[in-house]
Design a protein around this ligand. Sequence first.
Ligand code: SAH
Length: 351
Amino acid sequence: MITISDELKNDIKSLTLPELQEAIKGIGEPAFRAKQLYEWMHVKQARNYDEMTNIPKALKEKLKANFEYTCLEAIQVQESKLDDTKKFLFALADGNVIESVFMKYKFGVSVCISSQVGCRMGCKFCASTLDGVERNLRPSEMLDQIYAISNYTGEKVHRVVVMGSGEPLDNYDNLLRFITLLTDENGMNLSQRNLTVSTCGIVPKIYELADEDLSINLALSLHASNDAKRKELMPIANTYSIKEVLDACKAYFEKTGRQLTFEYSLVAGVNDTDEDAKELSELLKGLNAVVNLIPVNPIKERSFKPTDRSGALAFKNKLEKSHINSTIRREMGRDIDGACGQLRRRHLEEN
Ligand code: SAH
């Protein structure tokens, strides 16, 4: 059951259809208007009230007076020359900026969205976390990233991954509300199976998510095969051990039946040795999981170097020999600051 906070009550795009129906009644309008408005927001993805052609002018004025209508403005779009990846820098109403990524695969279009402005998790190789977290994104602002990208590219979005800046489970209530809205049959109606949430491993929240009766995919950012190494890369490892994290993932799998994905950024000389591959295989044995290997995207503030192509292949082969499924993630958009938080950071430095 999701409840509405005071902060979101006037944020019309963050309201579920039943909540919107209540709100519309509350301003003395007939309930059928709620359905019309909901469709304008989440199906036709109107950018403002004025685009809503079958809504009377007087009602539009009333809505403007009572509800905020969020909409993102693209302040920069970087288009990769290597592939079809596009990286968007969006301005929020309060002047903060966030980034989102459009990726085109054979199966269709995938959009990667941010869940917070910045991040407080402090992973050592990640640009999003260098200045800490500024604030949580609202459900509307998470949806807006998808709607704006769809609008800009004219493409239908098939998959959504919450893998941009921020830790989604650190913004739990808004994340759940976002999932409810995105997968609502009266709205964009994305299949829950086509939605992936990536977390650095906030254990109690993984258990909570497992109990929500959803069928979304969980990706766990592991990045190391023992606690000592994980602590060097990810401060969250000081709070939860790998064992605790994996137990939570298993519980998630048992509750939802969704296959688990483990993200593993390969950092040369840090977590990419034969010994690491062996230890990782032991750790994930019997979990029926997929390991996504991604050579770390170097950021200039840190000295981490990516594992080279042949090293990544050797690591993958080692895992496969132990019957651990893995893929080497295509490094899309490398030429356009593809890694988490890099574009926003460059923008902040230049302005
Ligand atoms: N906070 C969540 C989601 C955002 S990060 C999480 O930790 O999963 C999304 C993924 O990108 C994570 O696996 C993260 O570890 C990885 N990542 C961040 N910066 C990276 C970089 N410079 N190179 C490679 N992967 C990176």
